[in-house]
Design a protein around this ligand. Sequence first.
Ligand SMILES: Cc1cc2nc3c(=O)[nH]c(=O)nc-3n(C[C@H](O)[C@H](O)[C@H](O)COP(=O)(O)OP(=O)(O)OC[C@H]3O[C@@H](n4cnc5c(N)ncnc54)[C@H](O)[C@@H]3O)c2cc1C
Length: 350
Amino acid sequence: MVGAGLAGCLLAWRLQQAGQPFLLIGSRRMPAAVDVAAGVINPVTGRWMTKTWNCEQLLPTAEACYRQLEAQLGLHIYHPIPELRFCQNPDDLKRLGRRLRNPRYQDVLSRYYPAGDAAPAFNDPHGCFGIEQAAYVELPKLVHALRSAFEQAGLFCDQSFQHAELLPQGTHWRYQEICARKVIFCEGAAARNNPFFPELALQPAKGETLLCHSPTLQLPRKLYHHKKWLLPYPDGSFRLGATYDESDLSETPTAARRAELLTAAQAALKDPHPIEVTAHLAGIRPSSRDSRPLMGAHPSRPGLYLLNGLGSKGASTAPAMTEQLCAHLLQGRPIQPEVDLGRFQNQPLD
Ligand SMILES: Cc1cc2nc3c(=O)[nH]c(=O)nc-3n(C[C@H](O)[C@H](O)[C@H](O)COP(=O)(O)OP(=O)(O)OC[C@H]3O[C@@H](n4cnc5c(N)ncnc54)[C@H](O)[C@@H]3O)c2cc1C
């Protein structure tokens, strides 16, 4: 595997569970989206308040996977959390009414709270509603623990992978001293520089997030989703997130996005609060053109595979996608057409 971010680490873990030999090559010094991710799992998203793609299958698989990893690694990383989403206008209210009447949404929506009822610290002229089955996963903690465990077992190589040194050798691929039957690229947004997959339908998007503290703001433990979201942590700090930008793909945090997040937080809160920023993080989400994962075999080079396109939803999608890719690699099970990387072939770019 190339790339020890969320996708690479979880795939390596699944292969280890299946008793398969592997080597994970990745660099701790290279940027990774997982290092800055809040790890939020949100079953209802977007302007249209729709259930996230495939959430009935993805969410239980994710919880089972993180719970198993918690037990194995002695970590506490998976945190279910009630979510409150604020209606922004009368159209949101109409849409919510339709969703609340729809039996398909009964497992993910709780109820509507009129203005002032559920979250007194927030401006909520149109009220808000509860979302069930939300959670956040401490992804950086998980990935650091997995890299260390693999390293101790001699299964992780902390280095930057040089594509020019990967050469076919009969039915295998050679990389320096390593000979492998299969090479699986899990490089996140850096895959746009992978010479073996030049046509990959990636559409990366930069995100920035702030870790904050306020001496005057103490919020009950809930995920608050106004125009941006606010996630309180048990130590009294909280996170603001996240921005979205497809035009700037630099890894550096910007003053403009910091101001955007702080302005959104102050606008969401009823009273002004002093907010101290303790960390400002930026990363590139490996999104795809249709916002679905991208995975499967190279169209013409046997032995090369890819897992990417987890976008802004890696926490919920990576467990199921790695399970599916593992079954493909080890038992030849077909890749679901919706996530097969070949689905964009012969499709013109917009
Ligand atoms: C600000 C922000 C907030 C986010 N919040 C959430 C959230 O709340 N919930 C959620 O589900 N998702 C969130 N995400 C998205 C999440 O981070 C991604 O879905 C996930 O990290 C994708 O995993 P990945 O392994 O494909 O990519 P990455 O996590 O980026 O990992 C790729 C790895 O490959 C390595 N690599 C690449 N090329 C090479 C090479 N040549 N040699 C060695 N190593 C290489 C990289 O260094 C990196 O370590 C957020 C992202 C950002 C930027």
